[in-house]
Design a protein around this ligand. Structure first.
Ligand code: PGA
Length: 221
């Protein structure tokens, strides 16, 4: 598959101003040709999404926006929650069940399944994170991202052999989903992972935080 999906997850980084200056720098670094065979989804924190909608659309080519989480509740008295109905006005994609949310916010597989249902109801494309081939996957997920915790933010990505063996299991069980890998992807190693025909794309955390570094990462294949 030549149109690979690259998802930049900024996690809990960047004020609105910092993100806007990232977008300005990114626009200077990238040309339409660099992205002709790629779909790039930028996932900033919630507070910036509404402001970035016109900014990402003004880029050539435009980037797509994603949220890093979504509420399991549709609407109502759920203080602090951001619902799929609200996100539908702003983003096309949503990451669900990232291992950091499972670890620090104690999110369970059941929470993840409820979030997927809500996201699908409001036509968001769901990127559901799994930690191994044994993580239960909601049957209606659109994209599954394999993110072994030992590879996240450590500088030690999983091996291509490991990723491909998980990809085979997942694709057998869920033939219509796209399969991504995330964990310590960098400018130096991205080309190695991109040669796998079993991988539909990558989720990039730390290496997406600097505009120049992320643009150069996108140009590596
Ligand atoms: P990392 O994060 O690229 O910083 O390892 C990946 C992720 O958690 O999405």
């Amino acid at each position: 598959m030549n149109n690979k999906l690259i998802v930049a997850n900024w996690k809990s980084h960047k004020t609105i101003e910092e993100g806007a200056s990232w977008l300005e720098k990114f626009a200077q670094e990238i040309s339409p040709n660099d992205l002709s065979d790629k779909t790039v989804v930028l996932c900033p924190a919630f507070q910036a999404l509404a402001i970035y909608v016109p900014l990402v659309m003004a880029l050539k080519p435009p980037l797509l926006l994603g949220a890093q989480d979504v509420s399991a509740f549709e609407e109502g008295a759920y203080t602090g929650e951001v619902s799929a109905k609200m996100l539908q006005e702003l983003v096309d994609y949503v990451i669900i069940g990232h291992s950091e949310r499972r670890t620090y916010m104690h999110e369970t597989d059941i929470d993840v399944a409820h979030k997927v249902v809500m996201a699908k109801k409001y036509e968001l494309t769901t990127i559901v994170c799994i930690q191994s081939e044994h993580t239960p996957v909601a049957h209606n997920a659109d994209i599954i991202a394999y993110e072994p915790p030992a590879a996240i933010g450590t500088g030690h990505p999983a091996t291509l052999d490991d990723i491909e063996s998980v990809a085979k299991v997942i694709k057998r069980k869920h033939p219509h989903v796209k399969f991504l890998y995330g964990g310590s992807i960098s400018e130096e190693n991205i080309a190695h992972f991109m040669k796998s025909s079993l991988l539909d794309g990558l989720l990039v955390g730390g290496a997406s935080l600097e505009a120049q570094q992320f643009a150069s990462l996108l140009k590596q294949w």
